[in-house]
Design a protein around this ligand. Structure first.
Ligand code: SAM
Length: 356
């Protein structure tokens, strides 16, 4: 059997791992995904649903509203899509949404994505509503990276922001993930003016004192739907940086497939604290991710306009080489960066549309 250069590099020996090069139309020559600015893409963020059961004030304050359009991708379509991205050099796939875990078949999706040859990291971003009940199954299925969105560790504030009084259940799910030894466990917290202060930062720091968890604060991003809210609640990341530096936290060097977060470490703490600052200079220079919507559109930027439909090439009979070519060709249109600083949010009405 001839292996693609990627498979040779990775030496994938997991039982059950599938090899794209073995399949009709599978590629044996994979130049990889590189855009016109020399950025390499080994990371796919795949939305599996637009449905969300939370009502976060900055995203879906009125809850999820059904929109017209084709149904969400099936497990089979996801399988084929991921195989083709893997053959093009993608090694990490993040499942997001909406809330990805409202899908009953999310455990099966995790297993199938993990079985794709070359994919060595399967990540999920979740609000954690059913984490405690499902994390054993997801971990057994091969989940490697868990990101849970927890905007506040104060139960009342958590309830006000998300519309759900579920902080304790979410935190018990996180504890179970740590017990199981999930390789990477992170918390995402949106930095909101009403909650960004020393008390909030101290609470999270206390949480990571004994736990190997990275808490990353994300600067609130403006979207088509939240302009007024953004005006009231956006606060720059400097407030967190100053607090961390005053407390003896230092920025750590970054790994090859790390996202845009700058993480800080401290000798007295097992975990890390971090900041994702999309309005900062050079934020897009190290962009390493591509996105596909829950309805099968390739999106080159969270805040871009339009997408490339892949759905017609995701059936069992479809030509995988044609799908590879479409993805590679589309990449030529990737812009240098988003234009959020100019107030341009592209098609992005709310992040639940595509995943953060
Ligand atoms: N439902 C999942 C969750 O809650 O993590 C995944 C989807 S959610 C859209 C992904 C992440 O985007 C969450 O951490 C959420 O807090 C963040 N997010 C949503 N809207 C945002 C905004 N306007 N600015 C910054 N982060 C946002």
């Amino acid at each position: 059997m001839q292996l693609s250069h990627f498979q040779r590099d990775q030496g994938d020996r997991r039982p059950g791992a599938r090899h794209a090069a073995d399949r009709p139309g599978g590629s044996t020559k994979t130049p990889g995904l590189v855009d016109g600015f020399g950025r390499r893409f080994q990371y796919l963020r795949l939305s599996v649903t637009e449905v969300c059961n939370f009502r976060c004030t900055y995203c879906l304050p009125d809850g999820y509203q059904k929109t017209a359009g084709p149904p969400f991708l099936t497990v089979g379509e996801i399988d084929r899509l991921v195989e083709v991205f893997a053959a093009l050099g993608v090694r990490k796939v993040r499942l997001t949404g909406g809330e990805p875990t409202v899908r009953r078949d999310i455990g099966e999706i995790i297993r199938r994505v993990r079985a794709a040859s070359g994919v060595d990291k399967v990540a999920i971003t979740t609000n954690g509503w059913n984490l405690a009940r499902r994390i054993d199954d997801w971990t057994a299925g091969g989940l490697t990276n868990l990101n849970v969105s927890v905007d506040s560790l104060e139960p009342g504030a958590f309830h006000r922001i998300t519309g759900h009084d579920r902080l304790a259940a979410v935190m018990s799910g996180l504890d179970r993930a740590l017990e199981l030894g999930v390789p990477s466990v992170k918390i995402n917290a949106v930095l909101l003016r009403s909650a960004a202060g020393a008390a909030q930062f101290a609470r999270f720091a206390e949480y990571v004192r004994e736990r190997p968890v990275a808490v990353r604060f994300i600067e609130l991003m403006r979207t088509g739907d939240n302009a007024d809210y953004f005006g009231q609640q956006h606060v720059g990341g400097q407030v967190l940086r100053s607090w961390l530096e005053a407390g003896g936290w230092t920025p750590r060097s970054r790994g090859r497939d790390d996202g845009p977060a700058v993480e800080y470490v401290h000798p007295d703490y097992a975990g890390r604290m971090g900041l994702i600052a999309p309005y900062g200079a050079g934020f897009c220079d190290g962009c390493n991710r591509l996105r596909v919507t829950a309805r099968g559109q390739l999106r080159l930027c969270l805040f871009g306009e339009g997408g490339m439909d892949l759905r017609d090439l995701l059936s069992e009979e479809s030509d995988r080489v044609a799908l590879q070519s479409r993805i590679v060709d589309a990449l030529g249109g990737k812009a240098a960066g988003h234009r959020l600083a100019e107030g341009l949010t592209g098609d992005m009405q709310r992040l639940a549309q595509l995943g953060g």
